[in-house]
Structure formats: structure tokens, C-alpha cells
Design a protein around this ligand. Sequence first.
Ligand SMILES: *Cc1c(COP(=O)(O)O)cnc(C)c1O
Length: 388
Amino acid sequence: MTYAAGRHFLQIPGPTNVPDVVLRAMSAATIDHRGPEFQELATRLLRDIKPVFGTTNPVVIYPATGTGAWEAALTNTLSPGDTVLAFETGHFATLWQEMARGLGLHVEFVPGDWRRGADPEVVADRLAADTAHRIKAVCVVHNETSTGVSSRIPEIRAAIDAAGHPALLLVDTISSLGSIDYRHDEWGVDVTVAGSQKGLMLPPGMSFNAISDKALDAAKTASLPKIFWDWGPMLTANERGFFPYTPNTNLMYGLREALRLLYDEGLENVFARHARHAAATRAAVRGWGLEVLCQDEREHSGALTAVLMPEGIDADKVRAIILDRFDLSLGAGLGKLAGKIFRIGHLGAFNDLTLAGTLAGVQMGLTLAGAPADPRGLQDALELLQND
Ligand SMILES: *Cc1c(COP(=O)(O)O)cnc(C)c1O
């Protein structure tokens, strides 16, 4: 590894760039997690985390990555043999339903082409057909990080309600929370799954469940095995500002600081900033003469943009050139999109000039790789940043 001057551009869609103030906050000494200082830290944090989820209900914090919080959402609300409805929107939706199967759930997995979100009409049809109410939960990934497509959660909620169906709504917001508008209470979500290392601008290793009253009720009879993930002991300990096991104290220092940044900027402004950067990125992609993977104008992700490569251009080779020449990391194509796309992360601690630098690096790399890269791409994006 040779020394690279200046800042590395970490423009993968998570982990994202951790702001210096957050890094500094995390460098404080680890304290007794059963002492009064910790109790005050946790009590405040468990309260202050709620607005970013748009909830007044409990949010639990796990010392685990997002995958753990997926497991917690399923095991606390469901029983062996229960049916869940899930949608093949991309790599992460596929992994979540594989986990559900592995846990002994029956999954109705609606096939998809990885270019659009979960279809509210299909939700309505599947639930209307399920007159016996065998489907116990609908699982949706809000922002499919593998494709740059966001599913329309309010419309999915409306479809569940229109069918008069009692299924729980479980939503993965691991790459949307803190970057794309999200409202756990208002949208009637039962369990919201989130993680630390994307919109929340923290290192990996912390994840969350926001829990509705209906989900708390379901937890009373849910019999899938769980010990570490069990909401019961967690919520009991949390009431006093403690945890049933050792929490990741230093990430909690970071979270306190990250929340302060988000609330100081204002969540509305944070969401608008991400939407604007996403629009500028799409302008660049189209200006280059390339295609954005997402095919539905209503579903473009504010957090990342997936760029489809033309036949004969290996997206991983383009990424390798860009990393080697410009010290810029882009997201790889995952699963069946491997080699076909690359992903530009524009979420978290990110501003106009970070985007300008990122897009300049991508444009130069595309040119070096022999891919379409009309310089109008960067120019169109800069004009949008300058004027909007
Ligand atoms: C990153 C991500 C995950 C996986 O989270 P880990 O923290 O890697 O366990 C799951 N779902 C989505 C949508 C993600 O973006």
C-alpha cells in the first residue's frame, strides 16, 4: 500500500464517510455500562433516536450490523411456519427472504427484475387472495442498496389497509434512514430495521428496530427462537437506561453526535439535499450517454445511483481503474448485477463539491475504460448544482 495524498473518496453506498466530529466523539474513553454516566447517555439517546425514525414508540439498539436487526424483526414477531410476503427488488431483499426461510418461515417471494420497487398493486392482490390470513408479515426493503430503487412504503401500507388484512409491515431502512424521507408512525410500519453505517454516518456495528404497538403485541405470542435479539429483556433494561448485555458505548457517543448533525441541519433539509444530489447524479449519467438502472421515475433512490454499463464494458474494470487512478471507491454490482453496474453512493456526510469530485472521477474513469463518457455529463450535473 503506497501513501495516497489527500482524502480517499468513499462513495460506496455504505459504509459512508464518517464526519470528523463523529470520529472524535467516539474516541472518548469507554465507561462503565452499568454506571450513572452511561445511564444518562442511554436514556437520552433512546429518546433522541426516535425523531429520525418518525416515531414516538420504542427503538431498540443492537451492537450488531443490520443483518442482526433483520433477524430481530423476524424472530420477535413471527412463529415457525408463518408465511411472509416478500419482493425480489434486489440483492438485499433476496438475502432477507433467505434468512426468513432459514429461520423456518414460509416465504411468498414475488419475482422482480431488480429495476423497480415492490409493487403496491401486487401487495393488494396477494393479500386480497389470502382470505385465511396466512400471511403474517409483508417484508419490504425501502431503499434497495443493490439497485438504487426505493419502494413506495405509504402506497404499500395503503394496499394492506385496502385489503383489510392484518399482516404486519416490516421495512428495511438500512440505507435510507437519515437520507430519504421516512416515517415509521405516520406510514403505519410495524418494525423498521436500520443500521449505523449508511445515512447515519457512523461506522458499522450498530443496528436498530423501531417497534409499533401492534408489533409489541405480536411479540407476546411469536415463538421463533431468540435470545440475543429478544425485545423483552432489551425493552425492560432500556426503561432504566441500561442494556441486557454490553452495548457498543463508543458507537453510542458517535450516534449522539450524528443525530445532533442531522437535527441541526433539519431532517427535511437532509432529505432535500440527498434528493438534489441524486438528481444531479442522474443528470450526469444521462449526459454521459449511459442508463440509470432504476426504471420508475417515482422510485429513484436519494441515497445512491446504479449505473448500467453497455454490453462489453465490465463495470468492475471501470471501478478498478477509478480506484487505482483517482482513489475513489464505488459500489460493485451485487448478485446477478455483478460486472453489469456500478453504484455511486451519495448519502451521509456529503455536499455539492464531494459530488462534483465524485462525478469528475467517474467521468475520467469511464473515458479511460473506453466507456461512453460525453463530458456533457459532468457539465449537466454542475449546472444543476449551480442553479437549483
Ligand atoms: C447494508 C444493507 C444491509 C446489510 O446490513 P449489514 O450492516 O451489512 O448487516 C441490508 N439491507 C440493506 C438495504 C442494506 O443497505
